[in-house]
Structure formats: structure tokens, C-alpha cells
Design a protein. Structure first.
Length: 181
């Protein structure tokens, strides 16, 4: 498995080695030993989530201010543009973002550590999105950062107005967001 740190080095793109022939394909989607060597610390995943969304749905940018979750995300059907925004105030990349195209075809996965807001927009007709988290969902601590905050300046590759949940439609701008030290 190839691992590449993105422009924010704590965010890592994983590209599996795929073995395929006329029968289909096989790849190792997760190996704890390799994963922990790459991220440089022990990681325990406690929850797996699976969502399906249609084209133009933008989910995020979500984070939990307490019980912060790191996530390992991937797409098993369709394609999304996935984004992580650094909300660690002490970080030199505070307020910066990185993004990656994740799809069933490329089989890439993205590691998003604690201290980041996360979101994605669906580029295909639909997409099924899987992710592992390092802490449980805690709705009382969940926050949403505005997807279109000009201070963050995410360059979404979707030109229409995205479909948002009610929660995401009232998300706050970075200047008003609760952030991590």
C-alpha cells in the first residue's frame, strides 16, 4: 500500500495495490501494522459508518469539539471530492484545507486525524461512503464548519449549488467556530 502525506502532512492518502484479472480483483483495504507505521501512533477504531448520497449532496464540514474523531474514509460506489480542514489553532496549517478525489475506481482512502473538520461532495450520480472513526459519535459535541467559508477557500469541483442538510445549512464560519488548541 502506498501512503502519501498531502499538503497538510498529517492528512495521508492511501493507495492500495490491487490484484486483478478476468475474475475480478482483490486488495487489502486495511492493515493495522502498516497503517500505524505511516501515521506514527497506535490507532483504535471503534465505529464504522456507511452513507449513500446522490449527486450534488455535500456532507460536512463536520467535527466533534470533544471526543474528537480521526477518520479513515473511502468510497465503494461512485466518486466524491473529500476535504479536511485543519482546526488546530496551534498548527502552522490552521484554517488550511486539503482535498482528494475518492472513488470506487481508484480505491483510495484518506486518513483525517483528530482536530480536522471533514466533508465531501458527491460527483457521480450516487456514492456510497465508508469510514472508520476513533471515537463514538457524540451529537452534543458535533459542530459544522461552513462549506463555503471564503476564509478557508475550498475549491470544490462541483459548480452547482450543493444539497445540504438543515444542520450544514446553518454551519458557522471559521472566525466563529469552536476550534482545537
Amino acid at each position: 500500500m502506498k501512503a502519501t502525506s498531502l499538503a497538510i502532512p498529517d492528512v495521508v492518502l492511501f493507495e492500495p495495490k490491487v490484484f486483478g484479472d478476468e475474475r475480478g480483483f482483490f486488495y487489502e483495504s486495511f492493515n493495522l501494522k502498516v497503517f500505524e507505521e505511516v501515521v506514527g501512533k497506535p490507532v483504535t477504531f471503534v465505529q464504522d459508518n456507511h452513507s449513500r448520497s446522490v449527486k450534488g449532496v455535500l456532507r460536512g464540514l463536520h467535527y466533534q469539539i470533544k471526543h474528537a474523531q480521526a477518520k479513515l474514509v473511502r468510497v465503494v460506489q461512485g466518486e466524491v471530492f473529500d476535504v479536511a480542514v485543519d482546526l488546530r489553532k496551534s498548527s502552522p496549517t490552521f484554517g488550511k484545507w486539503v482535498g482528494a478525489h475518492l472513488s470506487a475506481a481508484n480505491r483510495h482512502q484518506l486518513w483525517i486525524p483528530e482536530g480536522f473538520a471533514h466533508g465531501f461532495v458527491v460527483l457521480s450520480e450516487s456514492a456510497e461512503f465508508l469510514y472508520k472513526t476513533t471515537d463514538y459519535w457524540a451529537p452534543e459535541y458535533e459542530r459544522s464548519l461552513a462549506w463555503n467559508d471564503p476564509m478557508v477557500g475550498i475549491e470544490w469541483p462541483y459548480t452547482e449549488t450543493p444539497t445540504l442538510s438543515a444542520k450544514d445549512a446553518i454551519a458557522v464560519m471559521l472566525q466563529d467556530a469552536e476550534v482545537f488548541e
